[in-house]
Design a protein around this ligand. Sequence first.
Ligand code: FES
Ligand SMILES: [Fe+2]
Length: 449
Amino acid sequence: MSDVVNPSKDNFDSFCGYHQTWQGGSITELTQVGPGTPCGEYLRRYWHPVSITAELGDKPKLIKILGEELVLFRDKSGQYGLVHKRCPHRRASLEFGSCAERGIQCCYHGWVFDVDGSVLDIPGEPEGSVSAINVQNKLRLGAYPVKEFNGLLFAYLGPIEELPEFPIYDTFDIPGMTMTPYAGPFNCNWIQVLDAIVDPVHTAFLHQSQFSDGFGALGEIEFYEKNKVRFFGTASRRVDDNIWVRVNELVLPNFTQAGSAFAVDGTQTKYFGRSAFTRWVVPVDDKHCIAFAWGNFGERGDPHEYNTPEGMQLIEQGELFDRSYEEKQASPGDVEAVESMGSISDHEKENLVSGDRGIAMYRAQIKKNIRNMQKGKRPPQPGVLAGSNGNGVIPTYGSDTVLKIPGLEDERDILKSTNKQVMDILFAADELTGDDRDRSIISQLKNIK
Ligand code: FES
Ligand SMILES: [Fe+2]
């Protein structure tokens, strides 16, 4: 007698693959970013980083942001410009043009456009040409405002009458911190990348061996929301005799900070250590996005040894970007997790649980903002979070705090109450900025027992 079991005798009743092969339709309200789409219009009400300044040389650079192909340049007088790709004369791409003393010059017939899109010169036309004068008076090349800040170029792609203030976050200026710009490209929709910032559960699984052992503990997860603009995913973990409270934050629509990647592992006390990165997840189009950021190095951030191109890839996603398939399978990073969802993940097919509350909360708020916009209400800017002290600086929270609190029997309650005490102290200091805020927060954190 053979030992082979006849499969027909097995019970396969619970297998249901056949009934799940339907393709379904993804919800596009959050994933479409092009001009005229609901979310694309919403995103066009904010400043976004669009390039690392040092990557812009003396030639124009073709970029794609929010589904628009655009040409970024710096003219010889130092002005930055971001203009529609096609020359309005006969449609040649301005990426092949040249940076003029003032503005950009098309390669084909030499028309020159200023950074605001006005026509400065039509050199092939005779003096007094009526058609040329008419064009110069009436025509504008599509152009967007650009602002250089600390090695990143930011642009605003929305209606100029709604131009918001450029937001200044407190982490833009931390004494002793070295901020190095980086860009991490992802071949998928921006929401997939953004989700991870308010998903402290994933760090315990995806990143446990990439940063430190402490990351492997799930601990107690808590979510917070403030002013309908700011969302937090926090984790309180036990590491030996310490409790490590890590705070990840999202300011809508796409500003993110966390704790450090390598400086803190939960074994040493730490009071309000700051974020490894100050970062925006910027849609390129519906199927691509780029995390533009500064890596933050120094006593309050990550160690200087990680201030290298490779170090910043590790900070961004736990692993290097360019690896073999075998390496990726052996130790996947965020890129593998989020790109493998497909270029536009189908939110309808997700099954969210309590650990996904952070993403459910912020996605719902973006949808609400989009719908309010459609009724004529402007979406809230990060500036609403600035303290009332009048300097306009927005306090941020992405941080690590490690407190010496030995383990007791009611461990869950202690983790939860420590988390709440830390967050209450952070929230209560919103009216202060800079050193004053830090000193106030740190002295109170030290009193938690
Ligand atoms: S197409 Fe640009 S100047 Fe003619
Ligand atoms: Fe991650």
